[in-house]
Design a protein. Structure first.
Ligand code: HEC
Ligand code: HEC
Ligand code: HEC
Ligand code: HEC
Ligand code: HEC
Ligand code: HEC
Length: 439
């Protein structure tokens, strides 16, 4: 009887372990399910129609859309409001009137969207997760949260869990053998403890033990290596994007975004096409417009006043009467001094879009961040894969290269082979030569 009892007691321990294992697998495997199709649709319509004034999760010109369904529950028809907010206020709904008054009576213009579109938008906003985080979790985990990121790590976790099960089974065996010893009138073996059991298992299974140790060492080294490689690297998929604060809350989505003012990048970064540096505009460039515009939708007069302070502009007398104090912007992108990089080469000659290297500045960056890693591997990668259209190009620079290659004597096969498939990568033109990028 006591044997059965003890076995039962022991196996509840085992069950506990199995339960933990199942729990871990379930909780880590399945994050809250969301309907990705509706979410994506909502995001698209939101960005096209609402993003000029709303953010899903933060107040901008209009309030955060997240939670609106809840706020309006039982107080009014949100669909009617969105399609024609002023009309709906006139229909006499008190809550609609209150929302309007709470927002300084800024008018939300009528929106040409269907009920289905609105439902998708509201769904998107309620489940909104910032780019990078997985939508669906109500409080998106910070990007740095420890989560197994590779198959390797999953393998290791599974291995460790199996080990736990094995050790528990070992415990059951220990109990059984003690029960047998007891029957034979011998003293029970003292319990070994977890570490003791691992040692005994390793002693009996030397082959497997060394494989396990080897795997642990390899895994540790890979982690170390990855860590070392990320030191000093910002941007890219894996590292945090560098995003220093700025003296003025200048918003690229508002100024450069197609839905908003849609100012051309080179209106302000005029160096990009004709020199190494794209350049940061002086406050005088801002004043082309801000002599007239002294108030913004999100920050009122507070931020634009700083432009006036920098230029010595007095908005009451409309004259430049005060002292000038240049704005000191914080650098976001910064290559080391030993690297040569030219915007002109890439923008004017290579015809590469700013966004390819700087990310969605005009659509997502209310504050500029370093989007790509700017490592040497990043430069080389693009040079290796990007083709330049040399033949038939109306680009004088390439015409010249094509002429020279075509005139290369047949003996110099090395150069002529570039022309055989009419495909030339930046690398073949010398984009991998150390001296092109290093002083
Ligand atoms: C031109 C700016 C603008 C655009 C575009 C805009 N809104 Fe608004 N929205 C506002 C303002 C401002 C308010 C605050 C109420 C008011 O003053 O009328 C508001 C209020 C709202 C509210 C009420 C929020 C609450 O908490 O009660 C919802 C919901 C909403 N907007 C959804 C949308 C959707 C969906 C779209 C796109 C289809 C959209 N808005 C487009 C400016 C805008
Ligand atoms: C109205 C002027 C203006 C326009 C238009 C503009 N920018 Fe800017 N940009 C600035 C100012 C001012 C800064 C410096 C402050 C900051 O970093 O936010 C800046 C900073 C940047 C930086 C970071 C520079 C650094 O420190 O490394 C990048 C990259 C950039 N802009 C790209 C773009 C792109 C791409 C566009 C077009 C989609 C664009 N800008 C349009 C004014 C402008
Ligand atoms: C081509 C015209 C133009 C130029 C150039 C321009 N702005 Fe603006 N800016 C505007 C307009 C228009 C608004 C107001 C938008 C609105 O009310 O919807 C604005 C708004 C702002 C705001 C308020 C934003 C908010 O959400 O409250 C700030 C701050 C600002 N600009 C800074 C700058 C700085 C700094 C520069 C120069 C680097 C600059 N602007 C250059 C047209 C311009
Ligand atoms: C091939 C990649 C690439 C393209 C395309 C590119 N940039 Fe850059 N950009 C860089 C790199 C790399 C730096 C950092 C340069 C440094 O630190 O010397 C940089 C820096 C900047 C800066 C900081 C100040 C400066 O003058 O260097 C601004 C502003 C900027 N870029 C704007 C732009 C704009 C606007 C465009 C499009 C017209 C553009 N860039 C296109 C890679 C690129
Ligand atoms: C998105 C792709 C892309 C990235 C990223 C990129 N480049 Fe380039 N690069 C090009 C293209 C395309 C050309 C060809 C333009 C031409 O014909 O000269 C080029 C040409 C060059 C050249 C001239 C090569 C020659 O043969 O004369 C230099 C130097 C250069 N890049 C440096 C860099 C550096 C440094 C970086 C990283 C900080 C970088 N590039 C990142 C696309 C890229
Ligand atoms: C297309 C441009 C490009 C070419 C070609 C290139 N490099 Fe680099 N290199 C870079 C950039 C950009 C960095 C800066 C990376 C950073 O700061 O993370 C760099 C950094 C380095 C560093 C310093 C390492 C560090 O961590 O700062 C060394 C050493 C180096 N390169 C050597 C070479 C050698 C040798 C070659 C030729 C085989 C070469 N590079 C070719 C762009 C280039």
């Amino acid at each position: 009887m006591s044997l059965v009892f003890r076995l039962l007691k022991r196996s509840t321990g085992l069950l506990g372990h199995v339960a933990i294992l199942a729990f871990l697998l379930i909780t880590t495997g399945a994050s809250a399910q969301i309907d990705q199709e509706v979410y994506d649709k909502g995001e698209k319509i939101f960005k096209a129609n609402c993003a000029a004034c709303h953010k899903p999760d933060k107040d901008m010109t209009g309030p955060a859309v997240k939670g609106a369904t809840q706020r309006w529950e039982g107080k009014g028809d949100l669909h009617e409001w969105i399609r024609n907010s002023q009309g709906y206020i006139k229909s006499g709904n008190p809550y609609a009137k209150q929302v309007f008054e709470d927002h300084n009576k800024i008018i939300m213009p009528p929106q040409a969207v269907s009920n289905e579109d609105i439902d998708a938008i509201l769904y998107y906003a309620d489940n909104y997760a910032p780019a990078g985080a997985k939508p669906g979790t109500t409080a998106p985990a910070p990007e740095t949260a420890a989560q197994p990121s590779s198959n390797w790590e999953w393998l290791l976790i599974t291995g460790l869990l199996l080990l736990v099960v094995l050790l528990s089974l070992g415990g059951v065996r220990h109990q059984l053998s003690n029960a047998v010893r007891e029957k034979q009138g011998l003293n029970p073996e003292p319990p070994l403890g977890t570490w003791g059991r691992i040692k005994r298992w390793a002693g009996r299974n030397k082959g497997w033990a060394s494989v396990a140790v080897l795997l642990l060492v390899v895994w540790g080294s890979v982690l170390c290596w990855n860590f070392l490689f990320r030191i000093g690297v910002y941007g890219g998929d894996k590292a945090e994007h560098y995003k220093p604060s700025q003296p003025i809350n200048y918003d690229h989505t508002l100024h450069a975004g197609a839905d908003n003012l849609a100012i051309n990048c080179q209106y302000c970064h005029s160096g990009a096409e004709k020199s190494r540096h794209a350049g940061i505009p002086s406050a005088n460039v801002c004043m082309n417009c801000h002599q007239a515009v002294s108030e913004g939708p999100a920050t009122g007069t507070a931020e634009i006043a700083k432009i006036y302070e920098a230029t010595g502009w007095d908005p009451t007398t409309m004259t430049y009467s005060g002292p000038e104090k240049p704005i000191v912007w914080n650098k976001v992108h910064n290559l080391p001094d030993h690297v040569y990089f030219s915007h002109e080469q890439h923008v004017a000659v290579g015809k590469i879009e700013c966004q390819e290297c700087h990310g969605p500045v005009d659509t997502e960056m209310d504050q500029v961040q370093q989007w790509t890693p700017l490592t040497m591997a990043w430069c080389l990668d693009c040079h290796n894969t990007t083709e330049v259209t040399v033949a038939g190009s109306d680009n004088g620079y390439y015409k010249e290269i094509h002429r020279r290659l075509a005139e290369t004597p047949m003996g110099q096969r090395e150069l002529r082979k570039y022309l055989e498939d009419e495909k030339i990568t930046v690398r073949e033109l010398g984009g991998w030569e150390c001296a092109k990028c290093h002083y």
